[in-house]
Design a protein around this ligand. Structure first.
Ligand code: SF4
Length: 64
């Protein structure tokens, strides 16, 4: 299982990240800011990345 922290870290680093305005309203964010995370990315579908960038970005993160 992937943790929220990993989703967040990957979202921040991912070259393919595109904020999905429709999925989460700003109201759901405590700060009102856009939080980069796979969960707020248009490519995140049913718990996985639909363009297969997740594993790649996660691997890159582990190496830094
Ligand atoms: S869902 Fe995919 S494209 Fe979007 S931030 Fe995560 S890994 Fe990147």
């Amino acid at each position: 299982m992937v943790s929220k922290m990993q989703l967040h870290a990957v979202g921040e680093m991912c070259p393919g990240y595109v904020y999905n305005e429709g999925t989460f309203g700003v109201s759901s964010m405590e700060t009102g800011e856009k939080i980069a995370s796979c969960e707020t990315c248009i490519h995140w579908e049913k718990g996985k990345c639909n363009i297969d960038l997740f594993d790649k970005v996660l691997t890159d993160l582990d190496q830094t």
